[in-house]
Unconditional design. Structure first.
Length: 436
């Protein structure tokens, strides 16, 4: 029996509104909600489940296959003597129908020089001898060799401009600016050692964008040790500042207590003097010394023995602490010696590179040398693809710091707003300068 459907399509569907500007009211919550996309998506999902499963949840191996045999019907489409060529071969095989110009001279094609006009001798021609001499001069082979001599003066030094004879005698001569004597001296680098610092350092393997695992781990450990040392120094400086503040507060409190005590003692002295003057001061009762009993003597001996044992225990504890500290210091000194030996071996192996981290105490200028940028990527920031790689460092900053370290220029500080001289504007009353 065939399935009967109503004439009006979509009669079984729920009523909906395609244009629904707001859903704030309660009527919009109960009815007339457009669920077309949701129902369409559920129908598609049911169809995929009936056909074998959801496509998004399947692996690519279940959806695609790799054809390793090839098309078996391809050989039947073309005959054996027909070979399909490449498009590039077809383009190269194309030739022009016009033949090429022959380069070989033939006797029949030789021109008849009798028909050509006769050449006349030119008057301003150059002889072969002079032409050969000019060629030698152009090649640098002169007849008389010139021996260069070293200059006895500075080529770049500015010579004073001599005034012409037409200038007036009463005018002073123009004096040009003289460069300072330090311009002729060799710049002194800020490195602690005596070696010169190169303008551009040769980077090691750890600075690469795709470094080896060993080089990267070595550089990461080295930078982490430096960061720990700087953090320890910062914490030590904070602790020293804290102790200074506490000592200042304690000294201020002690000074206040001392002042109060001094004031109280002055008041007591005044009161004692007044009592002595009035004669109403009571005489203090002086306690007469008595003979100690045996129990008191034993108690004193026991207390002294306990104090002696406590001092002995404290001394032994301090000695043990010192022994442990000595062992720890010996281990630290051994580790430092190993690190120094390792650095010394690295410096001997890489003698061509100079470390600019150790600088002299005396710097050029009153401002400190800017620190180098930490050009290091953390392990979680390493990228496997060069497309997602972000460049590190700044060549302009490196060049500027290199010039500072080599002593070419002194470190400066950027001043965005420079103080300018104040100018006072006055108006001259020239109309008052009149003569009758």
């Amino acid at each position: 029996m065939p399935l009967l459907q109503p004439r009006s399509s979509g009669a079984t569907e729920a009523p909906r509104q395609f244009t629904q500007p707001s859903r704030k009211g309660k009527k919009a919550w109960r009815k007339n909600v457009n669920l077309t996309e949701v129902e369409h998506g559920l129908d598609q999902l049911n169809k995929e489940i009936l056909q074998g499963g959801v496509i998004r949840e399947k692996d690519s191996t279940d959806l695609f296959t790799v054809d390793v045999r090839g098309d078996s019907t391809l050989s039947k489409k073309f005959s054996k003597h027909v070979k399909k060529s490449l498009k590039a071969d077809e383009i190269i095989a194309q030739r022009s129908p016009i033949p090429a110009v022959s380069l070989r001279k033939r006797s029949s094609e030789a021109p008849d020089y009798r028909d050509l006009p006769q050449k006349r001798l030119r008057q301003n021609w150059v002889s072969y001898k002079e032409l050969a001499q000019l060629k030698k001069v152009a090649d640098g082979r002169h007849g008389t060799t010139i021996k260069p001599k070293d200059a006895s003066y500075d080529v770049w030094d500015m010579q004073p401009i001599k005034a012409s004879q037409k200038t007036l005698e009463f005018l002073p001569e123009l004096v040009s600016a003289k460069p300072p004597k330090s311009m002729r001296r060799k710049p002194v680098s800020l490195a602690a050692g005596g070696k010169e610092i190169p303008a551009v350092f040769k980077p090691a393997g750890g600075y690469s964008y795709n470094p080896l695992a060993t080089d990267y781990e070595a550089r990461l450990s080295e930078e982490s040790v430096k960061a720990m040392e700087t953090e320890k120094q910062r914490l030590a400086a904070e602790e020293v500042e804290k102790l200074k503040r506490e000592a200042a507060i304690r000294s201020a409190a002690e000074a206040e207590v001392a002042e109060d005590r001094a004031d109280l003692s002055e008041w007591e002295e005044d009161s004692e003097w007044e009592g002595f003057q009035s004669g109403t001061e009571d005489q203090p009762m002086v306690k007469q010394p008595q003979r100690k009993t045996r129990a008191q003597r034993n108690r004193i001996e026991r207390r002294k023995e306990e104090e002696r044992l406590a001092k002995h225990k404290a001394a032994m504890k301090a000695r043990r602490i010192q022994e442990d500290k000595i062992k720890q210091l010996a281990e630290e000194i051994g580790e430092e010696e190993k690190a120094r030996a390792l650095k010394r071996s690295k410096a001997m192996s890489n003698d061509d590179q100079v470390n600019d981290e150790k600088l002299r105490r005396k710097q050029l200028g009153k401002f400190k040398l800017p620190d180098r940028d930490l050009e290091l990527v953390l392990p979680d920031e390493l990228e496997e693809s060069l497309r997602r790689l972000k460049p590190e460092g700044n060549l302009l900053k490196d060049r500027y710091r290199s010039m500072l370290v080599r002593g070419k220029m002194e470190s400066r500080r950027h001043l965005p707003f420079r103080k300018q001289a104040r100018r006072k504007l006055t108006e001259k009353w020239t109309h008052k300068d009149f003569v009758l």
